[in-house]
Design a binder for this molecule. Structure first.
Ligand code: KIV
Ligand code: ZN
Length: 526
């Protein structure tokens, strides 16, 4: 039978310790509400004794979240910290006090400068005091993975007897390796279940050598009932185990772990985006599950396999974590299959293999220069090819009404009064001109384009990254736009970031146009 693993999210405590990740009260409440939608079991909302602001934030989160997850906050093993936690989490429907105290030799000797027995007594007294305030108390044996096992166990035994209801085993400095950590958890779990099988065994892993997820998962396999994680793996130094990785890891292999979680994985992407935008900390592009490239395929071999059957190279469906769809990016490595598929998507049909080979060669040349090739580039390639046909030579046929939008020219004037943009766009033989003002240059530009194409599109996300360094640096713009409740992703790059912004927007509009054309072609077939 599968064990139900509890998930504690500590984005608002360990995650917020990241330099530069300071969140205001309203942002914290927004994240807490989203964590509730994600259905985590416990939210660690802060460290109330650290500042009045943190105290207030924990209190407001406890009030705002209402029914659902337990709310906890961190205390050192001292009365004033425990009081601060109690005074802030007591507004929650299900409050929990979390106490931390080191068990490793370095902590006992160098941090506390006390004997082991004195430190142990501090922990026991802290738990006894916390139990006078609330029934649910978690005790974290800080730096457990570097602690002497028998002293660690003696501490656990003593604090459980004092009333702790959850024991957390932190790999505070990311020292653990999976095999050893799994063994540590198995040994503790065996003894703990004999001592009191109601007490929950938890782990909290840091990512200093990139092993936080692996260590957390091996702990689950070896009996841990609860995992502590953060969204996007935020946290002290190299961060904590990423919630999305641990949860999806378990979801993907429930038989292997003999476990399930209650997390609503479809909310993962939304939560990741919210945390990233409010903390201002970007998610690395190749981050598992939530990075921009997590479901983007560019290799020809992979694209060919995916077009035959998605499970050839896809073990997790993007929709399962709330990502709209996988993305196929055409590059010089894309093979014939993906190229043909994309050209057909924009409405062209190859009748002669010779034409196909000829255009495929041109596509490779273009891809070598441009790195990424978009629908509008393909459209341009195909149109150029057709234009170059001699009279009497057969044109490549194309569905009617398939014209895409092309940027012809633009001018953007920015100032702090009224930023203005003028654009010229072509669709087939039609030339469209528009001007608009906006809050800033990109807003003016996008309003002008929207007016030109006559579509009610909203911009959901806009991101610029530098793809190279120096004077010739190429800026890459990634956007998400929404049209008729559906989100479309698009990108473009150029040395001029305003031009890259315009091209990305037009690429997005073309993606919508192509989808509409394919839908109406399908309806006609029916
Ligand atoms: O890393 C750590 O040891 C902690 C504890 C407070 C659980 O964050
Ligand atoms: Zn930590």
């Amino acid at each position: 039978m599968s064990r139900r693993i509890l998930v504690l999210d500590t984005t608002l405590r360990d995650g917020e310790q990241v330099p530069g990740a300071k969140l205001n009260l309203y942002e914290k409440i927004e994240i807490a509400n989203q964590l509730k939608a994600l259905n985590v079991d416990i939210i660690e909302a802060g460290f109330p004794s650290s500042s009045q602001g943190d105290f207030q934030a924990v209190k407001e989160i406890a009030r705002a979240v209402g029914r659902g997850p337990m709310i906890t906050a961190l205390a050192r093993a001292v009365k004033s910290d425990i009081d601060a936690v109690y005074e802030s989490v007591r507004y929650a429907e299900r409050p929990l006090i979390h106490i931390v105290l080191g068990t490793s030799e370095v902590h006992v000797e160098k941090k506390f400068r006390r004997s082991r027995e004195e430190v142990l007594e501090m922990g026991v007294n802290a738990v006894k005091y916390a139990k006078t305030l609330l029934p649910q108390v978690q005790y974290s044996t800080e730096d457990a993975s570097r602690s002497d096992f028998e002293y660690l166990w003696r501490t656990i035994e003593a604090v459980v007897k004092a009333g702790a209801t959850m024991i957390n085993i932190p790999d505070t400095v990311g020292f653990a390796v999976p095999e050893e950590f799994g063994e540590l958890v198995r040994k503790i779990n065996d003894r703990l279940k004999n001592l009191n099988d109601k007490v929950i065994l938890s782990v909290h892993c840091h990512n200093d050598t990139g092993l936080a997820t692996a260590n957390t998962l091996i702990a689950v396999k070896n009996g841990a009932d609860k995992v502590e994680c953060t969204i996007n793996g935020l946290g002290e130094r190299a961060g904590n185990a990423a919630l999305e990785e641990v949860v999806v890891g378990i979801k993907l292999r429930p038989e292997y772990y003999g476990a399930v979680t209650g997390v609503v994985t479809k909310e993962i992407y939304r939560t990741s985006k919210l945390v990233s935008s409010l903390t201002g900390l970007d998610v690395q592009v190749n981050k598992a599950l939530t990075g921009d490239n997590a479901f983007a395929h560019s290799s020809g071999i992979h694209q060919d396999g995916l077009l035959k059957s998605r499970d050839v190279y896809e073990i997790i469906q993007p929709e399962d974590v709330g990502v709209e769809d996988m993305e196929m990016i055409l590059t010089a490595r894309s093979g014939r299959h993906a190229f043909r598929n994309s050209v057909e998507k924009i409405g062209y049909k190859f009748e002669e293999e010779q034409d196909f080979e000829c255009i495929f060669e041109k596509f490779l040349e273009l891809a070598d220069i441009k790195k990424e090739v978009y629908y509008s580039d393909l459209y341009y390639l195909m149109e150029k090819y057709n234009e170059g046909r001699q009279s009497g030579e057969k044109q490549i046929s194309r569905l009617s009404g398939c014209d895409l939008f092309e940027l012809v020219s633009f001018q953007v004037v920015t100032n702090d009064i009224l930023p203005t943009a003028t654009i010229q766009i072509k669709r087939g033989n039609e030339m469209i001109k528009q001007s608009a003002v906006g809050d800033g240059p990109v807003d003016a530009l996008y309003t002008a384009i929207k007016n030109a194409v006559g579509m009610d599109i909203s911009l959901k996300e806009y991101k610029i990254n530098s793809m190279s360094r120096g004077k010739e640096a190429v800026g890459r713009v990634n956007i998400k736009i929404v049209f008729e409740d559906k989100t479309y992703t698009a990108r473009a790059s150029d040395t001029d970031i305003i031009k890259a912004s315009a091209l990305a927007f037009i690429n997005g509009i073309n993606a919508i146009t192509i989808e509409k054309i394919s839908e109406s072609a399908l309806e006609q077939e029916v």
